[in-house]
Design a protein around this ligand. Structure first.
Ligand SMILES: *Cc1c(COP(=O)(O)O)cnc(C)c1O
Length: 410
C-alpha cells in the first residue's frame, strides 16, 4: 500500500504570505479607491536589459535553424557559461575557481534545497534566525527534524541573529553537520564581515562541518569592505558550497538561472578528494537534465562586459529605492538595519506595536504593505522587512505617505 511522505504533515502552513495576502485583499475590498503600494516584495520589477534580451533572442533564432539547433546539453551547464562564471569571480573577488567546480542550475532555490541530498540523511542542520524558509522546509521534508513547536522544528539548530552582532550569528558552541549562511541576508538586508565568515570557516574546518553559503544578493555589495564570496576567506573551499543566482541581479526571477560551486577540495571526514564534486555532478545528471540552453545564452549575455554593467545598474536602481526607504524611516524616528549592501531594510517596529499590528497600521493608515519579521523565524518578532524591489516613484510615494502620517521621534 502506498503511503504519503509524512514529513509533509510536519510542515508549517505558509502562514506568512497567505496572511499578508488575506489582510491586503480585505483592505483593498473595503477601500477600493486607495492605491496600495507593496514594499513587501522579494521579487524584481525592472525589465530585462537590452544585452540580455539580444542574447536570448539570438539563442531562440539559432534554435530555429538546422545549424544552430541543440538538444540536450551537458547537465552541469555549458562550458562557456561555467568559464564565464569562474572569470566573473576572478574579476570581482580575486578568487580562482575551476570551471569544473561550477554547476549551472535553474536557480538558487532548488540548489539550496537539493544540495542536502549529497550529505547523510541524519545530518544536523543549523540556520540563521530569521531565515529564508527554504533551508528549513527542505530539512523537514527529508526527515531531518521532529515536529514544529511554537514555530521552531525539533532537531534544527537556530542561530539567533540580533542587533548585537549586526544580525549575523555568533559561531556555534555545539556540534552541527551543515550550516546555512546567507549574506547579504534576506530578510535582514545586513551583510557578514570578513571576520564573521572567517569564524564560521574555522568552526567548519575544526568540526568537519559543511557550510552552504547563499550569495544570491552579492551583486548588491557596494564596495570591497565586505566579502562578496565566502571563498575570499582562506580555506573556505575545503568546507563550503556557494550557491548564487542571476535572479535578483539581472531580473531572472521568472527566467530561471543560477549556479552552485562545489570545490574539488571540499571534504567531509569520510569523503575522498573530489568525491563531493563528483557526487553533485551525479545527482544533477540523475535528477536534472540541465538548464535551458536558451536561458544559458541569456546568462552568458549577463556576464558579458556590457551585461555586467547593465545588471549592476539594475541593482543600483533597487539600492537607491532602499536608501529612500531608510532615509524616510529614520526621519520619523524608526530604527533601521541593513540596506547598505542589500535591497532590504530590517526595521524595529515602534514601541507599542508587534510585527503584525505594525503591518496593520501601515496598511490601514497609508496603504503600504510590508512583511512582518516574525514570518522569517522567532527572532524576527518585533521586526519588519521593507524591500527596495519596486519602481522609484512608488517607493517615493510610499515614503511621502509614511512621513506625512507618522512620527515616532521621542
Ligand atoms: C531570491 C533568493 C534566492 C534566489 O532564488 P532563485 O531560485 O535563484 O530565484 C536565493 N536565496 C535567497 C535568500 C533569496 O532571497
Amino acid at each position: 500500500m502506498a503511503k504519503i511522505n509524512y514529513n509533509y504533515r510536519k510542515l508549517k502552513q505558509d502562514y506568512l504570505f497567505g496572511e499578508i495576502a488575506k489582510r491586503t485583499t480585505a483592505f483593498s475590498n473595503a477601500n477600493p479607491d486607495n492605491e496600495i503600494i507593496k514594499l513587501g516584495i522579494g521579487d524584481t520589477t525592472l525589465p530585462l536589459t537590452e544585452t540580455v534580451v539580444a542574447g536570448l533572442k539570438d539563442a531562440v533564432e539559432a534554435m530555429g535553424t538546422d545549424e544552430g539547433y541543440r538538444g540536450y546539453g551537458v547537465q552541469k551547464g555549458q562550458g562557456e557559461l561555467r568559464k564565464a562564471v569562474a572569470q566573473y569571480y576572478k574579476k570581482t573577488t580575486g578568487v580562482s575557481i575551476d570551471p569544473d567546480e561550477v554547476f549551472i542550475s535553474d536557480g538558487a532555490k532548488s540548489d539550496t534545497a537539493n544540495i542536502q541530498g549529497i550529505f547523510a540523511a541524519d545530518s544536523v542542520i543549523a540556520v540563521q534566525d530569521p531565515v529564508y524558509p527554504v533551508y528549513v522546509d527542505t530539512a523537514v521534508l527529508s526527515g531531518k527534524t521532529g515536529e514544529n513547536n511554537d514555530g521552531n522544528y525539533d532537531g534544527i539548530i537556530y542561530m539567533p541573529c540580533g542587533p548585537e552582532h549586526g544580525f549575523f550569528p555568533e559561531v556555534l558552541s555545539v556540534h552541527v553537520d551543515i550550516i546555512y549562511l546567507c549574506s547579504p541576508n534576506n530578510p535582514t538586508g545586513t551583510v557578514a564581515s570578513f571576520e564573521q565568515l572567517q569564524s564560521f570557516v574555522e568552526y567548519a574546518l575544526k568540526n568537519n562541518a559543511i557550510i552552504i553559503f547563499d550569495s544570491a544578493y552579492s551583486f548588491f555589495i557596494q564596495d570591497d569592505s565586505v566579502p562578496r564570496s565566502i571563498y575570499e576567506i582562506e580555506r573556505a573551499d575545503e568546507c563550503t558550497i556557494e550557491i548564487s543566482s542571476f535572479s535578483k541581479w539581472a531580473g531572472f526571477t521568472g527566467v530561471r538561472l543560477g549556479w552552485t560551486i562545489v570545490p574539488k577540495k571540499l571534504q567531509t571526514e569520510d569523503s575522498k578528494p573530489g568525491e563531493l564534486n563528483a557526487m553533485w555532478e551525479r545527482r544533477q545528471s540523475t535528477m536534472f537534465n540541465g538548464a535551458s540552453n536558451i536561458i544559458q545564452a541569456g546568462g552568458l549575455a549577463v556576464l558579458s562586459d556590457k551585461g555586467v554593467e547593465e545588471s549592476n545598474a539594475l541593482a543600483q536602481y533597487y539600492m537607491k529605492n532602499t536608501h529612500v526607504i531608510r532615509a524616510g524611516l529614520e526621519n520619523i524616528g524608526i530604527e533601521t538595519y541593513g540596506g547598505e549592501h542589500a535591497p532590504y531594510i530590517w526595521l524595529k517596529v515602534p514601541e507599542g506595536f508587534d510585527s503584525w499590528s505594525f503591518f496593520d497600521e501601515l496598511l490601514n493608515k497609508v496603504s503600504v504593505v510590508g512583511t512582518p519579521g516574525e514570518g522569517f523565524g522567532s527572532q524576527g518578532k518585533g521586526y519588519f522587512r521593507l524591500s527596495g524591489f519596486n519602481h522609484l516613484e512608488k517607493v517615493q510615494e510610499a515614503m511621502k505617505r509614511i512621513q506625512a502620517n507618522f512620527d515616532f521621534r521621542k
